[in-house]
Design a protein around this ligand. Structure first.
Ligand code: GDG
Length: 493
């Protein structure tokens, strides 16, 4: 573990919760674990809107060694920045969904303005030797903005979601500005090598960057370090959850409902990237192709509603509920309903019990940065009698969990065959596959992810050969010229 004297500063769209009863959201789960151990400052949006918005009062709460500082947005800021640009433009685009990504100039402006105002509010809280770690697709421009406001300390960025190939990213009208601004960070981290490569390829093809050894990318005088840091979970903690009284209660409940049938589970924020519709079709295909499974299996999909204000998400919910209804209508008998969908959330302990009660877990996203559910399922199993993980080839987790049954989530045949194989897999094969996956999950934890990123950030000073901070701008002529000139054009006031 890193013994660092530098204060840790996290920036992410939403901060907390630090407790284990937390809401759905992989980023919160990973960061809360890291901060509980190391302490520091966590800065982000309060989730509230007010008239003053980002110009309003900062709210601060202290939990042990961690200070959570939040600020509101105005309704307009929240709409343009969060609902529109982050979730209607960047989220689909970076998940390779050019077909549903929406591009418009106003939300692009609001997104940049919000990044600018966040930097203005954060800047006075920063000390020169802090390690500033900015998270995710909400803050591509924040590092460049902090630099412009004179911050010369180390700033790293980690992208929790995929980074799409240049052929797709190029459709974003602001892609040049966005990638240029990313180069203001000292370290840019990705979940997988595929994501990192897509980023570097964009830099080389579109920004005439030079790719050097050790993940370094040079554009003009500017050096940026790129690297992969696959995020993990607190595996020991989660395994303990799975043995807790609350977990056992839920395990017993699920097993009682299954009534001797093999339990299949899916757990996802309700999001089109998670491939839940395709998964339902794969399950339906199983019932069609293998009639002997009738009355013998039960599929539970836990899908807490997220981003419900967006049409695409509201429509997804309707479609999923209809599809589940159709499958039940088609195959159910008087004493058996093949599937159930629950749109409420559970505590993490309850979730651990549900995982442990399930013979098979389907993690079949169409595209996913990592997918922590896959790792949680592995950690929650009884190693003597473990369940089987079915994992999409398009989840970042596939790089570490190759011992899962890997499927193409778009192919109902593939999913149905994998399900059948999982349901009939002998105990020794289940144990063997589980042991291989558990080794990774218990080794590559959230703590290791955090330490790995911070060590890299602390060690790297290649992008900051600046003796006199006043010279900083002169040393990055390309960056300032190309990226910040454009930012300047949209800055409020
Ligand atoms: C993003 C990236 C990346 C789900 N239902 C409940 C609940 N959850 C928790 C799960 C898990 C988390 O939510 C979901 O994490 P994922 O990693 O699967 O997905 P995203 O939310 O899309 O996260 C992803 C992640 O960031 C981290 O970098 O892995 O690729 O998309 O922890 O357990 N938690 C509770 N009740 C629920 O009902 N308490």
């Amino acid at each position: 573990m890193t013994e660092s004297m530098n204060r840790l500063v996290f920036v992410s769209n939403r901060v907390g919760p630090l407790g284990d009863e937390g809401k759905a959201g992989g980023l919160a789960v990973g960061l809360a674990d890291a901060l509980r151990r190391r302490g520091g400052l966590w800065f982000g949006w309060s989730g509230e809107t007010s008239e003053e918005g980002l110009g309003g009062e900062l709210r601060s709460e202290t939990h042990d060694k961690t200070e959570l500082v939040t600020v509101d947005m105005t309704e307009e800021e929240a709409q343009g920045f969060y609902l529109h640009y982050a979730n209607r433009t960047l989220w689909p685009l970076l998940h390779y969904r050019l077909d549903i990504a929406e591009f418009d100039r106003d939300s692009d402006r609001t997104y940049r303005a919000v990044n600018h105002r966040f930097a203005q509010r954060l800047r006075p809280l920063l000390k020169d030797d802090d390690l500033v770690w900015v998270h995710d697709y909400h803050f591509f421009y924040l590092g460049a903005e902090l630099r412009e406001q004179g911050y010369t300390g180390r700033i790293g960025f980690f992208l929790h979601i995929p980074f799409c190939p240049p052929e797709i990213l190029g459709a974003l009208p602001a892609s040049l500005d966005l990638v240029s601004a990313m180069l203001a960070y000292d370290v840019v981290g990705f979940q997988t090598e595929t994501d990192r490569r897509n980023f570097v390829t964009y830099c080389v093809q579109e920004l005439e960057a030079e790719e050097l050894d050790d993940g370094l990318v040079r554009v003009g005088e500017r050096l940026t370090k790129t690297a992969t840091f696959p995020i993990g979970i607190d595996a020991e903690g989660f395994a303990e959850f799975a043995r807790s009284a609350e977990a056992q209660e839920h395990q017993a409940m699920v097993q009682g409902m299954a009534n001797g049938r093999a339990q299949i589970v899916g757990v996802d924020r309700m999001d089109y990237s998670k491939g839940i519709i395709q998964r339902f079709r794969g399950f339906e295909q199983l019932l069609e192709d293998y009639p002997e499974t009738h009355g013998q299996v039960r599929f539970l999909q836990v899908a807490p509603v997220s981003r419900g204000q967006l049409d695409a998400y509201a429509e997804l919910r309707v479609e999923l509920e209809q599809l589940a209804g159709n499958i039940n209508g088609r195959f159910a008998t008087l004493d058996w309903a093949p599937m159930q969908i629950l749109t409420r959330g559970f505590t993490r302990k309850a979730l651990a019990g549900i995982y442990r009660a399930s013979r098979v877990c389907m993690v079949t996203p169409l595209r996913d940065g990592m997918n922590l559910v896959a790792k949680e399922y592995v950690a929650a199993q009884d190693p003597e009698d473990p369940g089987v993980l079915i994992l999409s080839r398009f989840a970042g987790a596939k790089a570490e969990l190759g011992a899962a049954l890997i499927v193409n989530p778009y192919s109902s045949d593939d999913v149905s065959r994998a399900l059948h194989y999982a349901l009939t897999m002998p105990l020794d094969e289940r144990r063997r596959r589980h042991a291989l996956m558990a080794e990774k999950v218990f080794q590559n934890t959230a703590a290791r992810w955090c330490d790995g990123f911070l060590e890299t950030l602390k060690a790297f000073d290649g992008g900051r050969h600046v003796d006199n901070p006043d010279d900083a701008i002169l040393q990055k002529p390309w960056l300032w010229d190309k990226a910040l000139r454009l930012l300047g054009a949209v800055r409020p006031g």
